[in-house]
Design a protein around this ligand. Structure first.
Ligand SMILES: NC(=O)c1ccc[n+]([C@@H]2O[C@H](COP(=O)([O-])OP(=O)(O)OC[C@H]3O[C@@H](n4cnc5c(N)ncnc54)[C@H](OP(=O)(O)O)[C@@H]3O)[C@@H](O)[C@H]2O)c1
Length: 146
């Protein structure tokens, strides 16, 4: 992708996403960040990033609110899906799954060409039968029974 393109980062105020927004701005992208609460002071650092005044806009969106995602994704060339409830609480797993489905479907509905999804090492390495010498890639998935 060339600089000057419009990309959206979900959960822009989170740990990984904040670094991503910073780097995208440095590379010259026009960036939209989604936040559940744009007025929350914990997200204030985003406005201080180099290039933010000119090229960062913040949209209110929740993973469970499909329309809010469509609104943020409209006109974007790409989406970086980073927002996720990060917790040991099993009740939040469906939010992560449904939220990701919502992101993929909203991006398709808004004709976005590419989605980059930040997943976890846990998705690929937890298989007691895997060959420890094999490089982990998209052919490797954790054994959910295990
Ligand atoms: N940190 C790491 O070292 C690491 C390593 C590998 C993979 N990852 C993966 O990277 C992703 C982000 O991790 P992180 O460490 O950056 O987490 P984080 O700092 O907790 O950020 C998560 C973000 O997701 C947002 N979020 C949670 N539920 C949401 C919802 N229902 N709708 C919209 N936004 C929601 C949060 O927004 P609020 O501010 O509104 O709560 C927050 O900004 C996760 O999938 C994690 O598994 C992280």
């Amino acid at each position: 992708m060339a600089s000057g393109m419009l990309v959206c980062v979900t959960g822009a105020g989170g740990f990984v996403a904040s670094w991503l927004v910073k780097h995208l701005l440095q590379e010259g992208y026009i960036v939209r960040g989604t936040l559940r609460d744009p007025e929350n002071p914990k997200n204030a650092h985003l406005k201080e990033l180099e290039g933010a005044k000119e090229r960062l806009s913040l949209y209110k969106a929740d993973l469970m609110n499909y329309d809010s995602l469509c609104n943020a994704f409209k006109g974007c060339d790409g989406i970086f899906h980073v927002a996720s409830p990060v917790s040991d609480d099993p009740n939040l797993v469906p939010v992560a799954i449904e939220g990701t489905k919502n992101v993929v479907n909203a991006a398709a509905d808004m004709s976005v060409r590419r989605i980059v999804f930040t997943s976890s090492y846990g998705a690929v390495h937890m298989d007691p039968n895997r060959n420890p010498n094999k490089v982990l890639d998209e052919t490797c998935w954790s054994d959910t029974e295990f």
